[in-house]
Ligand binder design. Structure first.
Ligand SMILES: Cc1cc2nc3c(=O)[nH]c(=O)nc-3n(C[C@H](O)[C@H](O)[C@H](O)COP(=O)(O)OP(=O)(O)OC[C@H]3O[C@@H](n4cnc5c(N)ncnc54)[C@H](O)[C@@H]3O)c2cc1C
Length: 320
């Protein structure tokens, strides 16, 4: 019996959300009286022994070139093999793009119950019940998993990780690696920007900014704060901003510590993707804009007056 955590990596570095999944998995292991082990696929440059700080005892590695690109089918088979080899009874993913692609496949392969989008540790007092968000974060559901093997994918930014001392053992895992059915022929990467799904701070603009020529108000603040930029759906649809910045029900769901919404009305479909942010700051000239109901801080004002003042204030704070 053990808990297995899938560590997601990009360009040889473990993603922030995976450390959270590791800490969560270790806490689950403690709760059910077992050890937490992790698996990472592809070449990684980070010191994996440091995962010990998050409560991981062993990191299993499979370092084949072919695994540097995520292929959900290939990854699923390897993780299933590892889970069986270490007799994992709980498998933990981050509920990000890769987690969403792999966890359901693994669930079918291992005939394991899956709770996707978990937001808390399981309640193991009477069975194994996991709390998750439903209806775009408007309600909770407590889901009981009855299968022998249980899979949980954890919503990013929903678990506070406590770190300790200690190193993890790093052990190569001899997996059967199948040739991917899909060949990646080219990768078009956005460079020099903070990745939106990993960002601690996000500055986001809506149709209230009138046109792409005004986006300096968003990008200047984002640069000063080391933040990622985002936008509402119509902004991406009109072509003012690239589609990968679109957040919401039909775009990316994010949960940064701080979310600035500038000239965004706060329609339910937009909120669905951002309402898990820890702190929301809304700048809108309409005091009746629905976003103010979800805001922690709100400024009723014209973004073209307010934003230069905020940017100037941040510059002064940073002595720039
Ligand atoms: C099935 C479906 C899925 C959808 N999915 C998404 C999604 O994933 N993400 C998403 O964002 N939307 C989504 N939408 C669209 C959503 O319903 C809204 O239409 C959209 O979010 C509105 O975008 P907006 O707030 O930028 O624009 P608007 O609704 O036009 O609002 C602009 C806001 O800017 C304010 N404003 C105007 N001028 C200024 C100024 N000078 N200074 C300050 N404030 C100003 C206005 O008061 C207004 O509140 C979806 C819709 C449907 C039907």
């Amino acid at each position: 019996m053990s808990v297995l955590i899938f560590l997601d990596q990009a360009d040889g570095h473990i993603k922030k959300s995976s450390f959270e999944a590791a800490g969560y998995g270790a806490a689950v292991a403690k709760q059910i009286g077992t050890t937490a082990e992790a698996i990472v696929l592809g070449n990684v440059n980070d010191d994996l022994a440091l995962l010990g700080k998050y409560g991981i005892t062993t990191v299993h590695t499979v370092t084949d070139e072919v695994l540097n690109h995520v292929d959900a089918q290939v990854f699923t088979k390897i993780i299933a093999e590892a889970a069986t080899a270490i007799a994992a009874t709980v498998i933990v993913f981050s509920n990000n793009f890769n987690g969403k692609a792999i966890a359901p496949r693994l669930s079918v392969r291992l005939k394991a119950g899956l709770v996707s989008g978990a937001i808390a540790l399981p309640d193991t007092t009477n069975g194994f019940t996991v709390r998750k968000n439903v209806f775009s974060g408007k309600a909770f559901a407590n889901v009981t998993i009855n299968t022998a093997v249980k899979i949980i994918s954890l919503n990013p930014n929903s678990f506070t990780v406590a770190t300790t001392e200690g190193n993890a053992e790093v052990a190569p895992f001899a997996a059967t690696i199948e040739a991917p059915k899909v060949q990646v022929t080219a990768t078009d990467k956005v460079v020099g920007e903070v990745p939106l799904s990993e960002a601690e701070i996000v500055v986001s603009g809506g149709r209230g900014l009138k046109g792409p020529e005004n986006w300096g108000l968003v990008t200047d603040l984002a640069k000063l704060l080391g933040a990622a930029t985002a936008c509402s759906r119509p902004v991406a649809d009109i072509g003012w901003r690239p589609h990968h910045e679109h957040v919401g029900q039909t775009g990316l769901a994010i949960a940064p510590n701080l979310y600035f919404a500038i000239g965004i009305s706060g329609a339910i479909q937009h909120l669905a993707g951002v309402n898990r942010s820890k702190t929301i700051v809304v700048i809108n000239k309409d005091p009746e804009a629905p976003f103010f109901k979800a805001a922690d801080y709100g400024i009723v004002g014209d973004a073209f007056d307010v934003m230069p003042k905020i940017i100037e204030a941040v510059k002064q704070m940073k002595h720039l």
